[in-house]
Design a binder for this molecule. Structure first.
Ligand code: FAD
Length: 615
């Protein structure tokens, strides 16, 4: 075959997975092409204009620790920042930010367009060529005519493969609203013998801010000082902006009413979901409002967050109100909510169905088992969420480049990062519904915290070539300083009421932090980040040790028998979903239970504790 161009790596799709894959590959020195349908839509947020959230915010910091871009982009373009779960322990806290989605998109377009080793090609990847042996990548076809030779291909097509939008009984072939679907690439997958699964997701209508009455609604402001996502943005070496550094915009909270629920119930048969038009499986954790009304029948109201999509624009995203109701019913439904009585819909809500390839087709490197040099990342692997997509993208991009250079692949272990937890879950358990990350999916969640991604990952990132020597030394010095202060506080005593008390004992108290030590006459580290890390390490060392021991115990799960008559609904801490799955599957050992889809490590811990109690 005669080729028009040659690259080391070709990335298909300029969404959140494709961006990180292309930038990582280019950073490692691979001549990289990013092929995407519309270059102005690179980094577009088709749903919630926000980055981060429970576990997801930690993933963004992990991507950042690996030298990725998402954290920097949201630090530059966010309009409101919060740390979620501050009332809970450090293991489950996570940053979240509202983005100015237009600024975010522009940031990414600019970044991808001006990166060394990276060429942006606007077009549709229509086919993938294999070598004669049929199990190795040779090239990619663009728009049915241009042929590009390459060693590695990363496919990140999001919701575009054979995408169909549903609004009530109306169906429109599309990859997203207003964009054509990608219908040629699935033929390659069928020919190559990959199974395809059908998944579904949805998005709410967009509302005109000028038609909303905010006067009676609860205001939800950002945190001050705001948390940031990247360790490398200003102020360098910190996960916090300075007080007042960011101008923040509030969101507002309102609630559905009995009238809203009535309208939905009466029109349930007209939704694409319950009317039978949608066959794909939707995200359990991001359900449509009709799904919530049916599944939580007795809940009197559901929370709706009104989130601005941009700093100065008029578009409001009503978080919690995605639906596939017909458009005319949507107007009625939205107007039954306080504050929205006269609301104007700028764009209707819709659901979308699309093809994915089961992630069990992949190694933990995200390379397919069938074809060498073919990698998959993002929604195409059955996940949902920008952060999950970006986390896979960086792994696939690094491996695609390593392969192009004939180097050994890399993967991230479960005990190193949430990215490792996610990829292990995907490739070993597969997906029966869109996969979203939660802290409960990890058995290492006290270790995989939001405050320590750089410390966990800097060595690996540096060995791969993803961070500079300066960054490496900076974190290494921090790590050493943390050790130094922990040791020092173990020995050092200060006088309180004439009595000598070890600093470490004082710090174990929940009301005393490292920054308070000055008033007791003790020295403290200069950097805020080191103060925080020392504090967390002292306060939670007992829990960390317990987690370590528990994980050792986990290795013996196979020998722990589950009683035939065990009643899972009696076990404290198990979610309804887990109780249902276990009651149906009736696993014989804890090891067996742990391997079931949807059974989280936290659930296994809860069962273990219960078994100990009833012994
Ligand atoms: P995307 O961001 O979708 O990017 C795919 C890219 O591939 C696009 O740039 C496209 O142009 C390109 N492309 C596709 N086919 C080709 C081709 N053949 N050739 C060249 N380029 C191609 N996530 C949630 O967490 N919660 C939600 O509630 C939610 N709702 C959603 C609702 C809707 C309507 C949509 C569309 C998405 C929703 N998502 C939701 C998913 C979220 O958008 C994705 O998780 C995230 O964008 C995935 O990133 P990605 O990189 O995998 O794919």
């Amino acid at each position: 075959m005669i080729y028009d161009a040659e690259f080391d790596v070709v990335v298909i799709g300029g969404g959140h997975a494709g961006i990180e894959a292309a930038l990582a590959s280019a950073k490692l020195g691979a001549k990289t092409a990013l092929i995407t349908l519309d270059k102005e839509k690179i980094g577009l947020m088709p749903c919630n204009p926000a980055i981060g959230g429970i576990a997801k915010g930690i993933v963004v910091r992990e991507i950042d620790a690996f030298g990725g871009e998402m954290g920097k982009a949201i630090d530059a373009t966010g309009i409101q920042y919060k740390t979620l779960n501050t009332r809970k322990g450090p293991a489950v806290r996570s940053p979240r930010a509202q983005a100015d989605k237009e600024e975010y998109r522009k940031y990414m377009v600019n970044r991808v367009s001006n990166t060394e080793n990276l060429t942006l090609i606007e077009g549709e990847a229509t086919d993938i060529f294999l070598k004669k042996n049929r199990n190795e990548i040779e090239g990619v076809e663009v728009d049915g005519k241009i042929k590009i030779k390459t060693k590695s291909v990363v496919v990140t097509t999001g919701t575009f493969l054979e995408g169909v939008i549903h609004i009530g009984d109306k169906q429109i072939p599309a990859g997203r609203m207003g964009e054509k679907p990608s219908n040629k690439l699935p033929d390659f997958y069928r020919r190559a013998g990959f199974p395809l699964q059908r998944f579904k997701t949805g998005t709410p209508a967009r509302l005109d801010k000028r038609s909303i009455d905010f006067s009676g609604l609860e205001e939800a402001p950002g945190d001050e000082p705001p948390p940031k996502f990247s360790f490398w943005t200003e102020p360098y070496g910190s996960y916090w902006f300075k007080e007042g550094q960011k101008k923040q915009i509030p969101c507002y909270i309102t609630y559905t009413t009995p009238e809203t629920h009535k309208i939905i119930r009466e029109n349930l048969h007209r939704t694409a979901l319950y009317g039978g038009a949608i066959k794909g499986i939707g995200p359990r954790y991001c359900p449509s409002i009709e799904d919530k009304i049916v599944k939580f029948e007795n809940k009197e109201r559901h929370t709706v967050w009104l989130e601005p999509e941009t700093k100065d624009g008029i578009s409001i995203y009503p978080n919690g109100l995605s639906t596939s109701l017909p458009e005319e019913v949507q107007w009625e439904m939205y107007r039954s909510i306080p504050g929205l009585e006269n609301v104007i819909l700028l764009k209707p809500a819709y659901a979308i169905e699309y093809d994915i390839v089961p992630p069990t087709e992949l190694y933990p490197t995200l390379e397919t088992k069938k074809i060498k040099g073919l990698y998959h990342a993002g929604n195409f692997n059955g996940t949902t969420g920008y952060e999950e997509a970006a986390g896979q993208g960086i792994v696939a991009g690094i491996n695609a480049a390593l392969r192009a250079f004939g180097k050994e692949p890399f993967y991230i272990r479960r005990d190193e990062a949430y990215i490792g937890v996610m990829i292990d879950d995907l490739t070993t358990k597969g997906v029966i519904e869109p996969y979203r990350l939660f802290t409960s999916r990890s058995e290492y969640r006290l270790h995989l915290r939001q405050d320590n991604p750089v410390l966990r990952l800097y060595k690996k990132a540096y060995d791969l070539g993803m961070i500079t020597e300066e960054q490496y030394r900076f974190v290494k010095d921090i790590e050493e300083e943390i050790k130094y202060w922990l040791e020092r506080y173990k020995q050092e005593k200060i006088k309180i009421n004439g009595k000598g008390v070890k600093v470490i004992e004082l710090l174990k108290r929940s009301d005393i932090h490292v920054k308070d030590l000055e008033k007791y006459g003790a020295d403290l580290p200069d950097k805020n980040y080191i103060q925080e890390e020392v504090d967390i390490n002292v306060k939670y060392s007992g829990y960390f040790e317990r987690e370590r021991k528990m994980n050792e115990k986990m290795r013996h799960l196979e020998n722990i028998k589950l009683p035939d008559d065990i009643d899972y609904s009696k076990i404290p801490g198990l979610t309804k979903e887990v109780v249902q799955k276990l009651s149906k599957a009736r696993p014989i050992t804890l090891g067996h239970a742990a391997r079931l889809e949807g059974i989280t490590p936290a659930a296994i811990t809860a069962i273990m504790i219960y078994l100990e109690k009833i012994k």
